[in-house]
Design a protein around this ligand. Structure first.
Ligand code: ADP
Length: 425
């Protein structure tokens, strides 16, 4: 019995010890959980605080801040953004496509920039909007891609501001400059024409006088044919002088001697795009490049060829400036045609060229523009032909004009290319 009691007492003590240990463990676990909860709560609080702070910054930001998806749906926009678009409530624009405010002629351009952002680029672009209250304004957006923890781009973060005032001032200055350039061009041409007329006047008057003298003598009685020889020789001499003057004029025009060098034509195209792109953008056009990277160098005068491409791009942009052409795109393409000839193509999505006038567009002074001079294409043709190339115009059946011109590859490059081709064949 005693033994049994002792044994029971031992078991009880053991049970008490075990339950005591378990109680202590439980308590520890409880404390641990409580601490972890507190830790989690702390993290959550800090996250909320950060979000609140970030929101406060964005909400009070004086510039428009917005988040968009790849298809242009606006996810979020701050009060400054609502004000910029003359929206009364966030629902006016949140959940809707941004294209409901982008001016129609800028939609393609806007889409192209969105595409670039969702490919990982940070871009700055200018475009026009028609706000909810029907106001037209110029905007400048700085857009960057937003990535999740795995690096996938899930939204575009754009900071946009109204640049209408700056744009209007620029537009005024540009118009003023264009007008100045036109006047300067006309007056230079006028001066040249007056100079030539003045120079030619003398031999022409002399020719007329000598010819009249000959007629008088022919009418007179007893005139011997030998008497006509001297005045007729004078007529020939004066006519030759007139020819000489004209030769001088064309020499003078050609005098700007060509600085022919081996050039990378794609680089020339990029340079032209750099200084014509903003003008194109102002007219709502985008310039796209489709350049063959494996081209040989061409033998050309860089400035002259820049001038040709510039004329073609400007003409394309001007042809599309009429607002009825909502898709305004200039495409510049380079390609190899044969072993030693490179072709440069400038195409547009404008109205095209009427079949009745397409043969005249390269003629001097041919223009269909109220403010045109009609010298751009004629000068371009002279430049291309002086490089040994050819230029031609084509018009699509559904509109769109395409100008193509050729340049010779530089000799060294052509040889290299030929050698490479014969190795391949
Ligand atoms: P200008 O630009 O002063 O008129 P150009 O010699 O550059 O002189 O052009 C002559 C004419 O050719 C233009 O007035 C226009 O009728 C036509 N033209 C040139 N480029 C295009 C184009 N991309 N689309 C339609 N027409 C064009």
């Amino acid at each position: 019995m005693l033994f049994a009691l002792v044994a029971l007492g031992g078991g009880l003590a053991m049970a008490l010890i075990v339950s005591g240990v378990m109680f202590l463990r439980l308590h520890e676990a409880e404390l641990l959980i409580r601490n972890r909860d507190a830790e989690h709560q702390g993290v959550l609080d800090r996250l909320h605080e950060n979000e609140y702070r970030l929101r406060a910054i964005i909400e009070s930001e004086p510039e428009c801040v917005k988040l968009q998806t790849a298809d242009g749906t606006v996810l979020e926009i701050n009060p400054a953004g609502l004000k910029l678009l003359d929206a009364d409530r966030p629902e006016d624009i949140v959940g809707k496509k941004i294209y409901c405010v982008v001016a129609p002629e800028y939609i393609d351009f806007y889409r192209e920039n969105m595409r670039r952002v969702f490919c990982g680029e940070s871009v700055v672009y200018e475009f026009k909007v028609h706000t909810f209250k029907g106001r037209t304004a110029w905007m400048e957006s700085h857009a960057v891609p937003l990535r999740d923890a795995r690096g996938t781009i899930y939204a575009l973060l754009g900071i946009t501001r109204d640049i209408s005032e700056k744009k209007n001032a620029e537009e005024q200055a540009r118009r003023h400059q264009t007008e100045l350039a036109r006047v300067a061009r006309l007056s230079t041409m006028g001066e040249m024409a007056t100079g030539i007329a003045h120079e030619l006047n003398q031999p022409l008057t002399a020719i007329a006088n000598f010819a009249r003298g000959c007629i008088r003598r022919l009418h007179a009685d007893g005139m011997s044919p030998g008497e006509l020889i001297e005045p007729l020789e004078e007529v020939c001499e004066q006519a030759e002088r007139a020819g000489e003057i004209l030769r001088h004029v064309s020499d003078f025009v050609r005098k700007s001697e060509l600085q022919m060098k081996p050039l990378d034509i794609n680089q020339i195209v990029r340079t032209v795009v750099k200084f014509t792109e903003s003008e194109a953008r102002q007219q709502g056009s985008i310039v796209r490049l489709d350049l063959d990277s494996g081209l040989p160098q061409v033998q050309a005068d860089a400035i002259m060829i820049e001038q040709v491409i510039c004329n073609l791009v400007r003409n394309a942009v001007e042809a599309m400036a009429d607002s009825q052409w909502s898709r305004r795109q200039v495409t510049i393409l380079t390609r190899l045609v044969g072993d030693a000839v490179v072709e440069i193509e400038v195409g547009d999505t404008g109205p095209g060229i009427d079949g009745a006038i397409i043969d005249q567009v390269f003629d001097q002074f041919f223009t269909t523009k109220p403010e045109g001079v009609g010298m751009g294409l004629s000068i371009s043709r002279s430049i291309v032909e002086s490089h040994g190339g050819r230029i031609r115009a084509e018009s699509g059946r559904k509109g769109g004009a395409t100008f193509r011109f050729t340049l010779q590859a530089s000799e060294q490059q052509a040889n290299k290319h030929e050698r490479a081709n014969s190795i391949h064949s």
